[in-house]
Design a protein around this ligand. Structure first.
Ligand SMILES: C[S@@+](CC[C@H](N)C(=O)[O-])C[C@H]1O[C@@H](n2cnc3c(N)ncnc32)[C@H](O)[C@@H]1O
Length: 332
């Protein structure tokens, strides 16, 4: 069947010819593995390369998101994280969709099936696993290893671009949004989730921990996360409630009753625990936060300013505990 959106050379926009396991243009040659081209032939930014390797390891050294039986428990957390209801997913129905930064496909299971044609890219080798994660959805995804700042598509190709937790892992979050929406048709939608700025002591401690962890190789970084994950698990199990009698505005703390683990998580340092995910996946989530060198956090005002500058209509900006989920429409 003829594809609606074809790959082009990401640097020259030329059409590509398939020959002996490569996609070839007059200036580029991109290897195909398992039908998936690799357009990431060079990365000039060593920090983006660190992010690429960090996530390549995250998604290939664990089974996260791969087994169908895991999906129901991942699904609820993903929907909650993105502050979405199942009914919000109807926007993908019968649309030409790109998932920018698909990882190993765990959240793409939420929207791949509804699409008329579904594309996914990721800068890391995780993309080769996304095929497996999505096979039971009944949709044949069209995947490529690519940098969202050098996408292998002509401008104005897609009806919808979705990007869950990706733009903040690139050198510049606003540029990531800008480069993605170039590939959106006028009137098309972009649904994205990015981290929000946290309370001041949490920002401080998280940056400190990240500076200690992000230079470690994957296995040591995973080990370094274990005391944090264990701490979170233990506090969660102790189920200690505390009362904060008044707002402590300077530290962003609001008065009220808190579970102690959630209190520390929210205001002092990220220590993720989820009972249904268990130790391995909770530890992986802490790694996901502390290991990649790019993990920008933003305010709603910044997002609104970018949208104005990029001529995007903001359909909504939904705030959750950890980030903002935004639906924007390309006006021109
Ligand atoms: C937190 S993961 C999210 C993966 C997926 N969206 C999900 O919801 O499971 C972030 C992903 O962004 C990818 N990424 C980071 N920088 C990128 C870039 N410049 N271009 C494409 N993907 C990128 C990483 O490789 C990683 O798989």
């Amino acid at each position: 069947m003829q594809r609606i959106v074809q790959w082009v050379d990401p640097y020259t926009n030329e059409p590509l010819l398939e020959e002996n396991g490569f996609l070839i243009s007059s200036t580029g040659k991109y290897a195909l593995h398992d039908g998936i081209p690799n357009f990431v032939t060079k990365l000039n930014d060593p920090l983006q390369e660190q992010v690429q390797i960090s996530f390549g390891n995250k998604w290939t050294k664990s089974q996260f998101g791969q087994d169908d039986s895991d999906f129901p428990k991942i699904k609820d957390v993903m929907l909650e994280m993105m502050n979405l209801n199942e009914s919000d997913l109807s926007i993908f129905q019968d649309k030409v969709v790109l998932d920018a930064g698909i990882g190993s496909g765990s959240s793409a299971r939420l929207w791949a099936l509804q699409a008329k044609e579904f594309h996914g890219i990721d800068i890391s080798i995780a993309v080769y696993r996304a095929k497996n994660a999505l096979k039971s959805s009944g949709k044949e995804p069209i995947l490529a290893q690519a940098d969202l700042n050098a996408l292998p598509y002509r401008d104005e190709s897609f009806d919808i671009i979705v990007s869950n937790g990706v733009f903040h892992h690139t050198p510049n979050t606003k540029n990531a949004l800008k480069n993605c929406i170039k590939k959106l048709k006028i009137g098309g939608l972009c649904l994205f989730y990015i981290y929000k700025k946290k309370a001041p002591l949490r920002e401080f401690a998280d940056d400190y921990i990240r500076s200690k962890v992000s230079d470690l190789p994957h296995d040591l970084a995973m080990e370094a996360m274990k005391p944090i994950t264990n701490f979170a698990k233990s506090l969660h199990e102790q189920s200690i409630k505390i009362q904060v009698p008044n707002d402590v505005e300077i530290l962003g703390i609001k008065k009220g009753e808190y579970d102690l683990q959630r209190f520390i998580y929210q205001f002092f340092f990220k220590c993720f625990w989820n009972d249904s995910w268990g130790f391995e996946y909770s530890n992986l989530t802490n790694y996901d936060w502390y290991h990649p060198k790019f993990a920008w956090r933003h305010t709603e005002k910044e997002i609104q300013d970018w949208c104005k500058e990029l001529n995007l209509e903001t359909k909504y900006v939904k705030e959750s505990e950890s980030g903002y989920t935004c639906l924007v429409k390309k006006l021109s």
